[in-house]
Design a protein around this ligand. Structure first.
Ligand code: ZN
Length: 255
């Protein structure tokens, strides 16, 4: 059984987010020479995220390059990210979901993508609704042209929601003939270059332009709710070093 099938939840939980994870320079210094992701093979793109911001942080620069090349690009968010701060009341949680939907809409616009679709599954509990998510993704992908890219969080990303979305996307892609492209988000936090838990042999790297990176940076800035904790003294979901790392390491996809 590969690491992708069993998941890397234990690795992720062993590295609390406020601790910062693998420093950006470790990834930069490794200067990984990965084969290039061939964007010319993408007729249409559906980027699935577990939470609003996954698509931007993990695949935003690639998506904006494709959008700029005239490829139809669409975001599908499995949840509205209401569980980002567990200490919130029901009403505050509802407000956070509205905020995050709005942030996602603004980010999609910055990236040049179509208006996002939200599937409204419960944040933090996607695995309990994996079959429902698979069915919804099959419905979405069935209407797309042959060979449409279905980009989703990597099945071994460590975060339970990311892995569940990745598994649902893999099942939906298999059934519809879509091309599965798995992007890591939290892997950059808990893993390290050459880590055997990562399927490097399937890894491809997008050749990014300075303009695409700048667009990704602007889109990432839309997710303000993730950089500021809603309660005094609380921890934001995305500390500055996590965001810096995601904006620096480039974009890798497992194909
Ligand atoms: Zn996420």
């Amino acid at each position: 059984m590969t690491a992708a099938q069993v998941g890397n939840g234990t690795r992720f939980s062993a590295r609390p987010v406020p601790d910062g994870g693998t420093p950006t320079r470790v990834w930069v210094d490794a200067n990984m020479q990965l084969p290039e992701l061939d964007l010319a093979r993408c007729p249409e793109l559906v980027v699935i995220g577990a939470h609003p911001d996954d698509e931007t942080l993990g695949f935003g620069a690639t998506a904006t390059l494709l959008a700029g090349a005239g490829v139809r690009t669409q975001i599908v968010s499995a949840t509205d990210g209401g569980a980002a701060y567990p200490e919130l009341s029901v009403l505050q949680r509802y407000q956070l979901e509205r905020t995050r939907q709005d942030e996602l809409r603004r980010a999609a616009k910055v990236l040049g993508m179509y208006a996002p679709v939200s599937l409204g599954l419960p944040d933090g509990r996607v695995a309990e609704h994996e079959q429902r998510l698979t069915d919804l993704l099959i419905e979405i992908l069935d209407e797309k042209p042959m060979g449409t890219w279905c980009a989703a969080p990597w099945r071994g990303d460590g975060h339970p929601d990311h892995e569940a979305v990745g598994r649902a996307a893999a099942a939906a892609a298999e059934q519809t003939g879509a091309v599965l492209v798995e992007y890591p988000v939290w892997m950059w936090h808990w893993s390290f270059p050459g880590d055997e838990a990562v399927p490097w042999q399937r890894a491809r790297m997008t050749r990014l332009t300075a303009a695409a990176l700048e667009t990704k940076r602007r889109a990432a800035r839309c997710f303000e709710s993730q950089y500021t904790a809603p309660t005094l003294g609380g921890e934001p979901v995305l500390p500055p070093e996590v965001l810096h790392r995601l904006l620096t390491v480039g974009e890798v996809a497992f194909c």
